[in-house]
Design a protein around this ligand. Structure first.
Ligand code: HEC
Length: 135
């Protein structure tokens, strides 16, 4: 009887500890994602906004809805032939390669800018993922 009680108590304690660990873990993952998106917005303002905007074409094409969009497909933007002809679609992996070195990602392109730090690319991509298309 005594042993059984002790076992139950111990397993209840383990379950509780696990529940707390999971709650704390997912909470901090969420906090980290929110932090990344905020840092991404700042990095975008600092590094990209000289040429790009979310909702209008400037020196570079507008970015709203870029994730999931065919490369070189914003109406009214005059892309390089390399982007016009590309059959690729923007996803996180392609954006990462593009930002690391556009010329390696899509040779013949015209964006003369790189983001060397992987954490900056990451934050910016998380921010771009949130700029979904408006219908
Ligand atoms: C010096 C100006 C300049 C800066 C700074 C710049 N870009 Fe660009 N970007 C361009 C130009 C020009 C193009 C069009 C390239 C082409 O047609 O070959 C482009 C194209 C792109 C495209 C392709 C979009 C599409 O519709 O296919 C993406 C994605 C992109 N830029 C992301 C970024 C991000 C993110 C940043 C900031 C880290 C950034 N760019 C900084 C000039 C710039």
């Amino acid at each position: 009887m005594r042993t059984r009680f002790a076992v139950t108590k111990v397993s209840a304690l383990i379950a509780l500890t696990l529940a707390i660990a999971v709650a704390v873990g997912s909470g901090s993952a969420q906090a980290q994602a929110v932090g990344d998106a905020k840092r991404g917005e700042d990095a975008y303002a600092r590094l990209c906004a000289g040429c790009h905007a979310i909702d209008e074409n400037r020196i570079g094409p507008k970015h709203r809805g870029v994730v999931g969009r065919r490369v070189g497909s914003v109406d009214g933007f005059n892309y390089s032939d390399a982007l016009k002809r590309s059959k690729l679609t923007w996803d996180a992996a392609l954006l990462d390669r593009w930002l690391a070195d556009p010329e390696v990602a899509i040779p013949g392109q015209r964006m003369g800018f790189r983001v060397n730090a992987p954490e900056n690319r990451n934050e910016i991509i998380i921010y771009l993922l949130k700029q979904v298309a408006k219908n």
